[in-house]
Ligand binder design. Structure first.
Ligand SMILES: Nc1ncnc2c1ncn2[C@@H]1O[C@H](COP(=O)(O)OP(=O)(O)OP(=O)(O)O)[C@@H](O)[C@H]1O
Length: 309
């Protein structure tokens, strides 16, 4: 089941800048979807439109079938947003902050729900603390509590771990997973590849306002990835011999490893011919490995294509 359907979404900011150029995207119930892209790619614009903070210039967006413009209230009820910046009142308590936010959505008070929410986010003990007394990690959790205060089933996290230390990142990842096991669909934006690799079921790569890659994370890595064959040589080489000039090879580890990058899906990898040529050239080797390229390699390739475009 799709909880979010985006068709041909466009955004042109005042001044004429085209931030989104016809985005098509559907999000399935219960998945963790990572929208990955470099700075300025359009990630925040996209989620801000879905959450009703920025108006679109064209296309349609439906949340659980409700159009975000003609059926705004129904659509908005389903989504919670954790923005990039922390926005809370320093003097207010955790409890009041979260309770007040729920009220903003016109929801009747439900202290039992909020108690459960704060317990899930391990904030219950801090409910009487004022925001300024909390650590950075706790403040972030309060932002999540605010976003979930009106009981949405879709949670948007805009760069959830930007500028956060390693331990806190791990905590955040774990928290997001636990929210998902509780039934919440999660859409997060990130420019950290490892974050997408670690968390996402599906990944969309956005570049200059366009989705340039989309798919199951594992499938995307298989489909787009290249492979590298590493051949560990008996004797290091100073340079690539002319006899190997037909292959895309380079030397690593001070000449002791010969690396061959190839398309893992091509009909012919070129490996058997390369191995024969090594034999004919009297280049002895002791071991070899192949490595599937990571999401990082794919991302770097896509971003480099952008620079060349
Ligand atoms: N209010 C605005 N007016 C004009 N241009 C804007 C406005 N908001 C964003 N932009 C531009 O739209 C583009 C996309 O911005 P957006 O914030 O959506 O990117 P992003 O992928 O979220 O980047 P980041 O990771 O840096 O937050 C950028 O070039 C940005 O400068």
């Amino acid at each position: 089941m799709n909880v979010l359907e985006i068709e041909n979404l466009r955004k042109v900011y005042a001044g004429g800048f085209e931030a989104l150029k016809g985005i098509d995207l559907t999000i399935r119930k219960g998945e963790i979807f990572a929208l990955l892209g470099p700075n300025g790619a359009g990630k925040t614009s996209l989620i801000s439109i879905v959450c009703g903070i920025v108006t679109k210039s064209g296309g349609t967006v439906r949340v659980h079938g409700h159009d975000i413009e003609s059926d705004y209230r129904a659509a908005r009820e389903h989504v919670g947003l954790v923005p990039q910046e922390l926005t809370t009142d320093a003097f207010e308590t955790v409890w009041d902050t979260v309770r007040f936010t729920r009220g903003l959505f016109g929801k009747p008070g439900d202290d039992a729900y909020l108690e459960d929410l704060l317990k899930r986010l391990t904030l219950w003990d801090k409910r009487k603390s004022r925001m300024m007394e909390l650590s950075g990690g706790m403040k972030r959790r309060v932002m999540i509590a605010k976003a979930l205060s009106h009981e949405p089933d879709i949670l948007f996290l805009d760069e959830p771990t930007a500028g956060v230390d390693v331990e806190l990142r791990r905590d955040m990842w774990e928290l997001v997973r636990s929210l998902r096991s509780g039934g919440t669909t999660i859409i997060l934006t990130t420019h950290y590849i490892d974050e997408a690799e670690e968390m996402a079921d599906r990944v969309g790569v956005i570049r200059k306002g366009e989705i340039v890659a989309l798919g199951e994370k594992d499938e995307l890595m298989r489909r787009m990835g290249r492979k590298t064959l590493k051949i560990f040589l008996e004797t290091p080489l100073n340079a690539i011999p002319p006899s190997l000039s037909d292959w895309d090879v380079h030397l690593d580890d001070d000449g002791s490893t010969l690396c061959y990058d190839f398309d893992g899906h091509a009909e012919e990898s070129g490996i058997p011919r390369l191995m024969r040529r090594l034999d004919e050239s009297d280049i002895a080797w002791k071991d070899l490995t192949t490595r599937q390229s990571s999401l990082e390699d794919i991302f770097v390739t896509l971003v480099n294509e952008e620079k060349q475009a």
